[in-house]
Design a protein around this ligand. Structure first.
Ligand SMILES: Nc1ncnc2c1ncn2[C@@H]1O[C@H](COP(=O)(O)OP(=O)(O)OP(=O)(O)O)[C@@H](O)[C@H]1O
Length: 241
């Protein structure tokens, strides 16, 4: 991993008074303030349209806030020159709601992509990619292209691709929406394993069953573009000390 690490004792992610609007329309997110601590596991919930995907987009740097401050890995993104963004993005694993697999690459090559980008040799990546294919139950379909995979199979490949390079931050948008409950638990196991290795994990989901199966998670709930804190687990507003 290149680049800076979070300031000592600092948050992995800090949102301070963040608002987001698309074009001239009203804000879809308002007054969003929270800290994500390194190595923690968060579920983001809320009704459809509450703004979960929009919040995640700001987390994985696909969207800049309309106002407020977003700090990632201790740095203010508002003051970051564009040429530094790709380096930051490489430290973040993303499971997109619509998967976004590369259509002309096989399942194996989609999963291997982050390791290749990181410069891992073909010899060294074969083992981890094979293990990942086995974990998601797709060893037999390793040479299949995305268009020939089911929605659930594509989702499993997307998850494997997001976790294989052990990102510092993992952001997953409804990552188990297309798989059965057993596979959902297996995939959640991947997130937990990564989290135990130190990755901060943020999972947006409607799946209450999934949430109830994990211990030591923190909940974030969005309602109509605002953050609620029903459990009190979240520091809201953030501790400014
Ligand atoms: N690119 C966009 N342009 C304009 N409005 C958008 C855009 N993306 C999202 N919105 C609007 O922002 C609001 C929040 O959408 P968002 O997708 O973030 O919600 P969500 O909580 O992820 O919903 P779901 O659970 O259905 O995926 C919605 O009113 C949506 O219509």
């Amino acid at each position: 991993m290149s680049g800076s690490t979070p300031r000592s004792g600092g948050a992995m992610v800090e949102f301070d008074g963040v608002g987001l609007r698309y074009g001239p329309d009203a804000e879809v997110l308002r007054d969003i303030s929270f800290n994500l601590q390194p190595g923690s596991f968060y579920f983001l919930t809320g009704p459809s349209g509450a703004g979960k995907t929009s919040l995640l987009k700001m987390l994985y740097l696909a969207q800049r806030p309309s106002r407020g401050i977003v700090r990632l890995f201790g740095e203010d993104l508002g003051h970051m020159p564009r040429h530094r963004l790709p380096g930051f993005r490489r430290r973040i694993g993303v499971v997109f709601q619509d998967f976004r697999l590369i259509p002309h690459l096989t399942a194996r090559d989609n999963i291997a992509l982050p390791l290749r980008v990181a410069g891992v040799s073909e010899e060294d990546l074969a083992g981890p990619v094979g293990e990942m294919l086995s974990w998601i139950g797709l060893s037999e379909r390793a040479d299949a292209r995305p268009a020939t995979l089911s929605g659930g199979e594509q989702q499993r490949v997307a998850i494997a691709r997001a976790v294989i390079a052990r990102p510092q931050l993992l952001v997953a948008d409804e990552p188990t929406g297309n798989v059965d409950p057993d596979m959902a638990m297996r995939l959640l196991g991947l997130f937990e394993a990564l989290n135990r290795l130190g990755t901060t994990v943020v999972v947006a989901t409607h799946d209450i069953h999934l949430i109830s199966r994990i211990e030591n998670v923190q909940m974030m709930r969005l309602e109509k573009g605002r953050l609620a804190d029903p459990t009190g687990a979240l520091r809201y507003p953030p501790n400014r000390s």
